[in-house]
Design a protein around this ligand. Structure first.
Ligand SMILES: [Zn+2]
Length: 315
């Protein structure tokens, strides 16, 4: 039972043929024509056709950043793509002879992690994807939670600071402004002025006060105390948000994914410490586990393919 998974990113569109155990049999990618809505659809059709050639494919799933309706068909709004109320499923089904589902990319990645990765032994899992922003996926009782309109699980837009920093979503004080890769760079830029901790970071500071992301990544690998201090800052915000999420969702496991999760335990330990500090009914509330995501770059395509395969099996 093979399905195609497509993951639409800001710079590239990745595609893969995936079997029902989450293994990838073939892989392809194309540059993303992000600002041309029609060219995006053409590229997705091309990838599905090329990956399907000579194989028995049962369905295709497409993951994209943005609000997708609860029926997995219309992209209401995509932050990095020129899609507004795009009836993507209908357009694709008209051109490829396969059942199609469209899913939010963080949901697809979370689903893959739940089925085949760090979450495979639990039934209730919450995933936070820490990339440039903060994405979320929630699994409740073995099912992906989408919300009544398909726009649920936007953990990055949980408000953690009243009247806090302005967020890209238009609100203030969202977790994304304090616990994301972008926030990590902001903390690193601040710490680069610190006479004790900032020495190495200062070498990567640009004239406009921002800091080079590759430089920060490198200093994290070298365990530079200044860079680690910045990482701890985002970990503290994330851990405190997990405590709030625990009060509502009570997951058995939090999975931390995305590019910043490459820091591993250096990120997990401040998250755990801050979680315990902020947990309600401390000492009486059973404590969930925390784990780093296992599927890394393939989670989007694997999750999209699996959701499509399940959809095809249910109709
Ligand atoms: Zn926001």
């Amino acid at each position: 039972m093979y399905a195609v998974g497509i993951d639409i990113g800001g710079t590239k569109i990745a595609g893969a043929v995936v079997d029902n155990e989450g293994h990838i049999l073939a892989h392809l990618s194309r540059p993303s024509p992000a600002l041309d809505a029609q060219a995006m659809v053409d590229t997705v059709v091309d990838l599905i056709e090329e990956l399907s050639r000579g194989r028995r494919i049962v369905a295709a799933g497409v993951a994209a950043a943005g609000f997708i309706d609860a029926d997995q068909s219309v992209v209401y709004y995509a932050p990095n793509i020129a899609w507004r109320n795009e009836p993507l499923r209908e357009k694709l089904e008209r051109r490829v002879a396969l059942p199609i589902v469209v899913e939010n990319d963080a949901n697809a990645a979370g689903w893959a992690e739940f089925c085949f990765g760090a979450g495979r032994n639990v039934t209730h899992m919450t995933m936070l994807t820490i990339g440039t922003g903060v994405g979320g996926a929630i699994i409740v009782d073995g099912e992906l939670f989408r919300g009544g309109f398909g726009a649920g699980a936007e953990i990055g837009h949980l408000r953690v600071e009243r009247d806090g920093l302005l967020c890209g979503c238009g609100a203030r004080g969202c977790l994304e402004q304090y616990g994301s890769g972008r926030a990590l760079l902001r903390y690193a830029a601040e710490i680069s002025h610190d006479p004790v901790l900032g020495g190495k970071l200062a070498a990567y500071r640009h004239g406009d006060g921002t800091i080079d992301p590759a430089g920060v990544r490198q200093l994290l690998e070298l365990r530079d105390p200044g860079a680690l201090r910045a990482l701890r800052s985002i970990g503290e915000w994330l851990g405190s948000a997990c405590a709030s999420l625990s009060a509502v969702l009570d997951p058995q496991l939090f999975v931390i994914g995305g590019g910043v999760a490459a820091a591993g335990d250096e990120l997990l330990s401040p998250i755990r410490a801050s979680f315990l500090q902020n947990l309600s009914a401390k000492g009486f509330h059973p404590e969930p586990e925390f784990a780093i995501a296992e599927l890394v770059n393939d989670a989007g395509v694997v999750g999209a393919a699996d959701l499509a395969r399940r959809h095809a099996a249910s109709v």
